[in-house]
Design a protein. Structure first.
Length: 313
């Protein structure tokens, strides 16, 4: 298959505007999700217990976008969501704790994990205040090679996203909040397009640098991009061999007893996730959407699956 290398589609930033057609698609997904919610309520269907893992990126007040995939979240919306989780009695876990619960088959009621990908500077300046205020632990997945750089190369300049943290800032954040640190590779390239030697280097170097710099063990990982194609099963033993106990994808879904700990599902949260849409996602009513997108992408063109599956994160 002629796999197309990913371009500027990561970090939620698409190179082209998706415009009104995508909004129409998003609202259609909302409608189907609401219908699914209503049906489940009528049938009194109760899903098996699961752990949900949220994934945020930049926590910043950016101007409204015509790109509903943009994965920034305003500080106000972030606080609203965290307060909602706290008020509803969710039990906050680290990724490692969640993976242990899943492995033991002991899924706590309302288990939730708050994760951030890419180490935007706004995590320290905006998200940390909220995490401290509500005493919520979080996990940060760090693309180690980009720490201290002026910008993330996969995000178009001038769109208002905050820069990568510096090492000093990362150290401060780790001291200020209850933070689990995970690797997001060195270079933020999708592992599945790299050679085995490059994959080994990405996994090994990123973990070692983080441990040396921050003085704490690094045992969890998040796949860059994290779409369907980006976490083939042959990576699982490699991750294990390099000291990782769990890995997060960016595929929407829940984690049940039996979910593979190297392919944990997450819930992507973006700038247009108002509280009602956030609650829909949290309840699992959006889980079907990634499967549908995958099927649609494969129907459109087999050659495009490599890009489409990278999706919006
Ligand atoms: Zn990333």
């Amino acid at each position: 298959m002629g796999r197309v290398a990913p371009t500027a589609t990561s970090g939620g930033i698409t190179a082209r505007s998706v415009g009104p057609l995508y909004w129409a698609g998003l609202w259609m997904i909302d409608l189907v999700s609401l219908g699914w919610l209503a049906l489940r309520s009528i049938l009194r269907f109760h899903a098996s217990p699961d752990i949900r893992i949220l994934v945020y990126h930049d926590i910043a007040d950016l101007p409204p976008s015509d790109d509903p995939l943009r994965i920034s979240t305003s500080p106000g919306l972030f606080e609203q969501q965290i307060r909602f989780l706290r008020d509803q009695g969710y039990r906050f876990l680290s990724v490692e704790e969640a993976a242990a619960c899943i492995a033991d088959g002991k899924i706590p009621k309302r288990g939730i994990v708050v994760t951030f990908d890419d180490a935007h500077a706004s995590i320290l300046t905006a998200a940390a205040l909220v995490l401290k205020r509500y005493a919520v632990p979080a996990t940060l997945f760090v693309p180690v090679g980009w720490i201290g750089e002026a910008r993330f190369p996969w995000i178009r300049p001038g769109n208002g996203f905050s820069r990568p943290m510096t090492w000093d800032e990362l150290g401060r954040l780790a001291g200020e909040v209850n933070l689990e640190i995970g690797s997001h590779t060195m270079t933020h390239q999708p592992l599945h397009i790299l050679s085995r030697a490059e994959q080994e280097s990405e996994l090994d170097r990123s973990r070692r640098v983080l441990e040396e710099r921050l003085g704490r063990p690094v045992r969890v990982f998040a796949y860059p991009f994290g779409g369907w194609d980006t976490f083939p099963r042959d990576l699982y033993p490699l991750l294990q061999a390099h000291g990782y106990v769990a890995a997060c994808t960016n595929v929407m879904g829940a984690n049940h007893a039996g979910t593979h700990r190297m392919a944990l599902r997450r819930i992507r949260v973006g700038w247009c996730d108002s509280l009602w849409r956030f609650r829909l996602k949290l309840a699992g009513d959006y889980d079907w959407s990634d499967r549908a997108r995958r099927i649609l992408a494969s129907l459109r063109s087999r050659d495009q699956v490599g890009v489409e599956s990278l999706g919006n994160t």
